[in-house]
Design a protein around this ligand. Structure first.
Ligand code: 13P
Length: 275
């Protein structure tokens, strides 16, 4: 059942839990995530990231129809989201394809431009009945690991102003997680997250969510995180599973990778859902 980000995050708020938000750049990862969500009877967010297209993975117009089809026929609520859209035209294309939610990421732009572009995107998405996530502060090096620095952590009063002025449905905040493999254990700034949570009245999104300890997941959820973006450690689980064996045929490798990714996603959704 296809739902918007706004609605799925309302479900998370009502239960005081977080929704797992997984990048699904190919059919194997898509199948792994949806199968687990249905097995656990939990809502889930599936995401296409603009950066994955640049890395040679599926293009948005190739993967979006499959994501939407799989989400629509699923037995659980699923939001189909565009992750880190950095170009307004690309994000608009995502809305035309039917994404129920988009992230416009202007976090590396001058502040005024991020405000203006995000506000414009909120107005456009409204016409499609879609939700908008945006980011203030920055996660540092995208998808490469341990690139962030404290100087770009989200400022709580800026977060309040940004959320109020742009009218977004969810805010991605930087408080110590990074995309990619953690080269050292992440140290999250819980005091900052607490301040942001008290200052804003939209749900908080934690990017760089894979590779974080179960204890830290529980703490950030208690401090208002309602969407946890997750990909690297699921992809790593799939990669590691197939590097152990020699395969004659790709479909056998694909099946083993799906099983390993399912196992990783199951652990993540179980913690995020508060079980
Ligand atoms: P990870 O790299 O930690 O899996 O984070 C994914 C993400 O935040 C996508 O936006």
């Amino acid at each position: 059942m296809l739902v918007t980000l706004k609605n799925i995050l309302k479900m998370a708020e009502a239960k005081g839990c977080a929704i797992g938000s997984f990048n699904t750049p190919n059919f194997e990862s898509l199948k792994a995530v949806i199968d687990v969500a249905e097995e656990l009877n939990q809502p889930v967010i599936i995401m296409h990231a603009q950066v994955h297209e640049e890395m040679g993975l599926c293009k948005m117009d190739e993967i979006a129809p499959i994501m939407l089809f799989m989400a629509d026929r699923a037995s659980v609520p699923i939001c189909v989201h565009l992750d880190h859209g950095t170009d307004l035209d690309y994000v608009k294309k995502g809305l035309d394809l039917g994404f129920t939610s988009v992230m416009y990421d202007g976090s590396t732009l001058p502040k005024e431009e991020n405000y203006a572009n995000t506000s414009a995107m909120v107005e456009i998405a409204e016409k499609y009945g879609a939700s908008v996530e945006a980011e203030i502060g920055s996660m540092g090096a995208r998808e490469s690991g341990n690139g962030g620095g404290e100087s770009i952590y989200t400022d709580p009063s800026e977060a309040e102003k940004f959320a109020n002025e742009t009218g977004i449905d969810a805010l991605a905040c930087a408080f110590g997680t990074v995309h990619g493999i953690y080269l050292k254990e992440p140290k999250l700034d819980f005091a900052r997250l607490d301040e942001i949570n008290k200052a804003i009245n939209v749900p908080i999104v934690m990017h760089g969510g894979s590779g974080v300890s179960h204890e830290d997941y529980k703490k950030v959820i208690a401090l208002g995180v309602r969407k946890i973006n997750y990909y690297t450690y699921m992809a790593k689980a799939g990669g590691e599973a197939v590097s152990q064996k020699k395969y004659g045929q790709f479909h056998d490798a694909a099946n083993d990778a799906i099983a390993a990714m399912k196992n990783d996603v199951k652990n993540a959704i179980t913690v995020f859902s508060g079980k």
